[in-house]
Design a protein around this ligand. Structure first.
Ligand code: FES
Ligand code: FES
Length: 162
């Protein structure tokens, strides 16, 4: 039987009628057409489906959509402001931090969660924050450099606004 839920995604409420056994990943991709969130392993092992729920990274493939009603859900689609990319998005481009790009939305969301609580992360802290996100293409050096660079950018713009 379907259940009414209201999911708040990227700052907008969406009323949906869904079966309680559907994952957040399925609902984001199939019902809300937010296809930036990717499915790879489907069992919580690779991080491709990472989104933020109340600022924490979660694997949306093993999260039931009905369980995140009333929470703030963020996907990669919510990062850019119009034509202005988020510092992490710019840094991933500038540092060649992806090849096929399949892992990238999940990587960026996990990195966003880290930078929201720590804008001066060490390489070790970045590795730990991304330990649940796998990349089959690039290795992790450029990804780490991109996150360090985005952190610097975020600090600069925060200092400029103080
Ligand atoms: S697709 Fe969700 S963790 Fe791999
Ligand atoms: S860029 Fe291809 S899996 Fe990471």
């Amino acid at each position: 039987m379907k259940k009414r839920v209201v999911l708040r995604v990227n700052g907008e409420d969406h009323e949906l009628f869904i079966k309680p056994n559907r994952t957040l990943l399925e609902v984001l991709r199939q019902d809300l057409h937010l296809t930036g969130v990717k499915e790879a392993c489907g069992i919580g092992a690779c991080g491709a489906c990472t989104v933020l729920v109340d600022v924490s990274p979660v694997n949306s493939c093993i999260t039931l959509a009905v369980d995140v009603e009333g929470k703030e859900i963020e996907t990669i689609e919510g990062l850019a402001q119009g034509d202005h990319l988020h510092p992490l998005q710019k840094a991933f481009i500038n540092h060649h931090a992806f090849q096929c790009g399949f892992c990238t939305p999940g990587m960026i969301m996990a990195a966003k969660a880290l930078l929201q609580r720590n804008t001066v992360p060490t390489e070790e802290e970045i590795k730990k924050a991304l330990s649940g996100n796998l990349c089959r293409c690039t290795g992790y050096v450029n990804i780490t450099h991109a996150i360090l660079s985005a952190a610097e950018e975020i600090r600069k713009s925060r200092d400029a606004n103080d």
